[in-house]
Design a protein around this ligand. Structure first.
Ligand code: AHM
Ligand code: MG
Length: 343
């Protein structure tokens, strides 16, 4: 990614941008603004570790297995702790939940409880760390439902359409922070020389015509008929759409980010073969809902194949869902294929 040229008259730091967004809400107290800024700071800390860490830090695995049954790597643990510790004492959140922990994370007793609920996937794509492939962080912010005290499970089990803000940090050839607070999607690139995220992608809209489709084709034989037919449609078979390229990194944040900027569809469908994936692989709370909010704010759409992701009522913290996300017409098309082919 090209470096941002610094023209002092036009610099928009992330802090200034979030503060200006606050003017959409005259009733705002600044708490959300500060929470988003804390997340940007967490992104900087994690980015510094991902680019600076030596082999031992990056490749060394911890002995733990996370609740999804995957081996937790050191960098996951670092990212998880960084986000928790930067938010546990601020009085802005009531409780947090992370993909890496079975139960939600309470704010320690000694600290005040705030009005927001924070959910995050600290290091998405962590199985790619060994291979120097881009990774990311995903977050979502809800208003608490419980009145006061420590948060409750009910605070977390809110549909995505109740999100107040969401975003991701992409640790790639540069580090980017992309967020929405319900007024469009804005992207910032970390200028490491000044240590700030600077506005580089204002008002992102998913472009059309789309360029890419992104899916793990290796699992194709385990998909439903509707999803297989849809895949043929994307490949230009009879009546299909022509000219899409296939790109698949295997890090949701990175695949999503590319398609957001270039146009396209990413999907991770249900997989009949793997008993762990009857609902796909990706988690509703930590991954799918936050990125679906971004997609819709950029003019796109996200569905589980039958309904809008943002309308799914979560029943548990680590619930998984199939997801199709990207340009609206491409996602509506899979709903059509599923309706016609899968009972
Ligand atoms: P993770 O959160 O444990 O890293 O797993 C989620 C990742 C996503 O980033 C990515 O889209 C998907 O797993 C890739 O899975 P697969 O290797 O089955 O294609
Ligand atoms: Mg993930």
């Amino acid at each position: 990614m090209a470096r941002i040229s610094i023209d002092p008259s036009r610099i928009m730091t992330i802090e200034r941008h979030i503060l200006e967004e606050q003017t959409y809400h005259p009733e705002a107290t600044g708490v959300l603004t500060n929470l988003l800024y804390d997340l940007a700071l967490a992104g900087k800390v994690i980015a510094s570790k991902t680019t600076r860490a030596g082999l031992a830090e990056i490749l060394g695995r911890t002995e733990d297995i996370n609740i999804q049954g995957e081996q937790v790597m050191k960098l996951d643990r670092f990212a998880d702790l960084t986000i928790f510790r930067l938010n546990d004492h601020t009085g802005r959140v009531a409780a947090m939940a992370s993909e890496e922990n079975e139960n939600f994370l309470a704010v320690p007793d000694k600290y005040p409880k705030g009005k927001y609920i924070l959910v995050f996937d600290p290091l998405d794509g962590s199985s790619n760390v060994d291979y120097n492939v881009p990774i990311g962080t995903i977050f979502g912010v809800y208003k608490r439902i419980s009145e006061d005290g420590p948060g409750t499970l009910e605070d977390f089990l809110q549909p995505g359409h109740s999100l107040v803000a969401s975003g991701y940090i992409a640790y790639g050839s540069s580090t980017m922070f992309v967020y929405t607070a319900g007024h469009g999607v804005h992207g910032f690139t970390l200028d490491s020389t000044v240590g700030e995220f600077l506005l580089s992608h204002p008002n992102i809209r998913i472009p059309t015509p789309p360029k890419y489709f992104s899916v793990n084709l290796g699992y194709q034989i385990y998909w439903s008929k509707g999803v297989r037919r849809y895949t043929e449609y994307l490949q230009g078979h009879e009546g299909g759409i022509k000219g899409l390229s296939l790109r698949y990194i295997g890090t949701f944040v990175s695949d999503f980010h590319r398609n957001l900027l270039a146009g396209g569809v990413f999907y991770y469908p249900a997989d009949r073969r793997d008993p762990k994936k009857p609902h796909g692989k990706l988690r509703l709370l930590y991954e799918c809902a936050p990125l679906s909010f971004i997609a819709e704010q950029a003019g796109g759409y996200a569905s589980d194949g039958r309904q809008r992701i943002l309308d799914i009522q979560p029943k548990s913290l680590h619930q998984r869902t199939p997801i199709f996300v990207g340009n609206r017409d491409l996602v509506e098309k899979v709903e059509e294929f599923i309706r016609e082919n899968d009972s």
